[in-house]
Design a protein around this ligand. Structure first.
Ligand code: BTN
Length: 268
């Protein structure tokens, strides 16, 4: 393990006002996400950070498991309480992915991208993923839990074989990456984005720039079936806009995307 992520070390370095100021750090936990949901329901404040060095039941999207060897990664969940409607909850995930991309660039010197909706790619391979869960109170959002799993200093051969090619920041950079610095940079960027979001700023434009998915031919698995087409754009709330071969534009709110490459241009 490089730099143990203790509460004292985190608090000493962190320059945020409210994000990560309430925190729990575990050597081992079933899932930071499960813990954060329970705390959010019990009224924990916005900005609460749950971090674990190891998870016995790490959860991924679409009921998948999330694996990471002890002390190798950033495994965390954050309680956010943005003044948004439930249909706008993905904006919280959009800013988390933007904060992760910035932190990776700042600390590891790597160009990261986002694969819609929630994957962090480095060198075209999955280096991290996010899981969003929300609670509503009537027509308003009560909380959004954003969970981030980032492969920092791990050897991908220690991970179970997955469909998506995986990587880690250390593998891409060729050296280990200081996790404390990465965590602090992520939280500081995220607080800045969250404050801007609260002031009415839209993350759409910046998110567009970070997405590896746009302009690509994609296959999207949705609850209604499989859709193939050109990923043209995203809307304000992060939905993917896909143009199918019959010319129709589909708004995809959730799903699993396979990138099939850039479209062939007809130069005639
Ligand atoms: C995905 O790509 O499927 C999303 C993975 C999210 C994993 C993180 S690790 C920290 C947090 N706690 C969990 O149980 N899951 C998220």
């Amino acid at each position: 393990m490089d730099d143990p992520l203790t509460p004292a070390a985190i608090q000493a370095r962190l320059g945020t006002r409210w994000l990560g100021r309430t925190l729990e750090v575990y050597e081992s936990l079933d899932s930071t996400q499960t813990r954060a949901v329970a705390l959010a329901r019990a009224g924990a404040p916005a900005g609460t950070l749950i971090l674990a060095e190891y998870q016995t039941q790490g959860r991924g999207r679409l009921d998948r498991r999330w694996h990471a060897p002890p002390g190798s990664s950033l495994l965390l969940s954050l309680i956010l309480r943005p003044a948004l409607a439930p249909s706008q909850a993905q904006r919280a995930t959009m800013i988390c992915s933007l904060a992760a991309v910035r932190a990776i660039s700042q600390v590891a010197g790597l160009a990261a991208q986002v694969k819609w909706p929630n994957d962090i790619l480095v060198g075209g391979k999955k280096a991290g993923g996010m899981l969003t869960e929300l609670g509503a109170r009537g027509a308003a959002l009560d909380y959004v839990i954003v969970g981030l799993g980032l492969n920092v200093n791990l050897d991908v051969r220690d991970l179970p074989a997955t469909l998506t090619p995986a990587t880690s920041l250390a593998a891409e950079a060729g050296h280990s990456i200081p996790r404390l610095e990465l965590l602090v940079a992520f939280l500081e960027h995220l607080e800045n984005y969250a404050d801007r979001l609260a002031a009415g700023w839209s993350p759409r434009e910046e998110w567009r720039g970070a997405l590896a998915t746009l302009g690509q031919l994609v296959r999207v698995g949705t609850t209604e079936g499989v859709l193939e087409g050109l990923a043209e754009d995203v809307d304000e709330d992060g939905a993917l806009l896909v143009r199918s071969a019959d010319g129709r534009l589909h708004t995809i709110l959730a799903g699993d995307v396979t990138l099939r490459g850039a479209p062939v241009r007809n130069e005639s």
